[in-house]
Structure formats: C-alpha cells, structure tokens
Design a protein around this ligand. Structure first.
Ligand SMILES: [Zn+2]
Ligand SMILES: [Zn+2]
Length: 98
C-alpha cells in the first residue's frame, strides 16, 4: 500500500463518515445505494463490494479543504469520472478509500 493520508486531516474518517451518512449512503451523482462498512452483505454483493463503496470527493480536489460545501459522497465509478478530466493532480491511487 503506497497511498498517503498526509493531505487528509486526522479526523478525516469522521468527516467522511458523516458526509456519507448525510447522503444516506447514496452516491450524490447517480443515486447508487452503497453499503456502509460493517453491514452484512450477501456473497453476491461481496464480489461487487468495491462498486458499492461510497467515497467522499472534494470539489476543489484539495483534500485539505474539508468545508461541507466542498465535500460530496460519490460511488467509486462516479468518483473516478471526476478525476479523469486531466486537471487533477491527484491520481485515483492516492485517494483515501474513506
Ligand atoms: Zn455514482
Ligand atoms: Zn475525489
């Protein structure tokens, strides 16, 4: 594992979790219902676990800016889309999975 949390604040997991809870574990772009960590899931779902993992995106792509207006809950597919534009200096491999 080489990705770094250095740009993220110490309480990032708390911030991210509350953003996801506020979104009711749905992607705020496509509406995909994601699975909260620790939720019991079927074997069928488990194989797609990553697809249903909700992530938190920074609109300005600055992980140090954690104002609520800068944060949005996205599924992994939508999240990747937002980072595919070429303007980002953060590669998906560097993203926090929280
Ligand atoms: Zn989505
Ligand atoms: Zn992002």
């Amino acid at each position: 594992m080489t990705f770094t949390h250095s740009l993220y604040p110490d309480n990032w997991s708390e911030i991210a979790t509350s953003v996801k809870q506020q979104a009711q574990w749905r992607c705020q772009k496509c509406g995909l219902q994601c699975i909260p960590p620790g939720e019991k899931i079927s074997d069928l779902t488990r194989s797609k676990r990553r697809v249903y993992t909700l992530q938190v995106h920074h609109w300005d792509r600055n992980p140090a800016n954690n104002h609520r207006g800068n944060l949005v809950a996205l599924c992994s597919a939508c999240h990747l889309l937002y980072h595919r534009g070429g303007k980002s200096n953060v590669s998906p491999g560097q993203l926090s999975l929280w």
